[in-house]
Ligand binder design. Structure first.
Ligand code: AHG
Ligand code: MN
Ligand code: MN
Length: 338
């Protein structure tokens, strides 16, 4: 039979839409630790749940979607309806997927044991980050960390399965529900970002091999909470102002982190009077972002040690965090007690 080689159509109508998340995962299978396919499937499960959550979020303001749920979580914070909805969506996707044996969620006081005898992975998740921004139509996110369980599969979940140091993560990521919805993740081999194309229902690779700028002009902190913080913080902030740097604070960690990751900057949440151990939770906020920051060439510390080296003692443990461009985090460290 007469054949001809495929030649990509380069006419304006034939432009490539790009690499889908699925194709990216398949063609980078070797980058996935213990590449047996389960981790890839787990990322797909998370991506699917994030599409559903993205849809629910886009309806915020209509119907009964916004507002308080009427209960507080284990940390005494008022749950928003979308906190609860997102928690259900992600937990359900992780349960049905079959790769996960346990989930640690901001919205659940205890570990959820999925009773899945073949699940190799433990997931820590902040289903909706920045909930105070839901009702005012400002960017929010989801943050997740993935660990391999350390005790034998099929046996009951043990504390050492869920209380692993951040450096044990096999993958981590976040979803940003912003002007578009983005999924950014690492499997320990660089950081890639995917933008959701709503009409096609697909994530497409849009930010290949993200590199955190070495330095930057942005400093991000809730300055209203700094009185009573380590005096080094005030010293650093003063230096930022003297150097003409610019302050940006959204109040959704994912959105603040993402902006600084792309543009160069530092995010600070120190120990404060209200939160003597800091506010950001180690298991499902700090560790994932620290892993991503380091994989992109950035840095994350609590002022004394690398976030990824902090030994977790409890599920909802908090930590001070200073994260972003290496040179800015180094400079901050010269001011605080570390
Ligand atoms: P969450 O909505 O998951 O509880 O997280 C809120 C966190 C984080 O997203 C944000 O950076 C920080 O709280 C804001 O805290 P302040 O309101 O104290 O600035
Ligand atoms: Mn959060
Ligand atoms: Mn949350």
């Amino acid at each position: 039979m007469k054949t001809k080689p495929y030649k990509q159509d380069t006419s304006p109508l034939g432009y490539a839409v790009g690499v889908t998340l699925d194709r990216f995962i398949k063609s980078n299978q070797a980058d996935f630790p213990f590449a047996t396919g389960e981790l890839s499937q787990l990322l797909r499960d998370i991506a699917l749940a994030s599409k559903i959550v993205s849809r629910e979020i886009s309806r915020a303001g209509l119907g009964q979607v916004t507002g308080a749920f009427g209960q507080t979580n284990v940390q005494g914070e008022e749950q928003q309806k979308l906190d609860v909805v997102a928690n259900i969506r992600f937990t359900r996707a992780l349960t049905k997927g079959g790769e996960v044996c346990a989930v640690v969620s901001e919205e659940d006081d205890e570990v959820i044991d999925l009773q899945n005898k073949t699940g190799k992975y433990v997931v820590a998740i902040d289903p909706l980050d920045g909930s105070s921004n839901i009702d005012v139509n400002v960017s929010i996110g989801t943050i997740f960390s993935i660990y391999r369980r350390v005790t034998p599969m099929g046996s009951p979940i043990q504390p050492e399965d869920v209380l692993q140091k951040g450096c044990q993560q096999v993958a981590a990521g976040y979803v940003l529900y912003g002007s578009s919805t983005m999924l950014v993740f690492t499997t320990g081999n660089g950081v890639n970002g995917f933008t959701y194309e709503q009409s096609l229902g697909e994530f497409f690779l849009s930010h290949h091999d993200i590199q955190a700028p070495l330095t930057g002009q942005i400093f991000t902190i809730n300055d209203g909470l700094t009185p009573g913080a380590d005096p080094g913080i005030a010293g650093f902030l003063n230096a930022c102002k003297q150097n003409g740097r610019t302050a940006r604070y959204i109040g959704s960690l994912v959105a603040d982190f993402h902006r600084n990751l792309l543009k160069g900057g530092i995010y600070l949440y120190p120990a404060t009077v209200a939160n003597p151990n800091g506010k950001i939770r180690l298991a499902y906020e700090a560790n994932a972002l620290a892993f991503i920051a380091e994989q992109a060439g950035g840095k994350a510390t609590d002022g004394m040690q690398r976030i990824l080296d902090i030994p977790p003692l409890s599920l909802h443990q908090r930590t001070p965090i200073f994260i972003g461009s290496v040179e800015l985090v180094d400079e901050l460290e010269t001011y605080v007690n570390g």
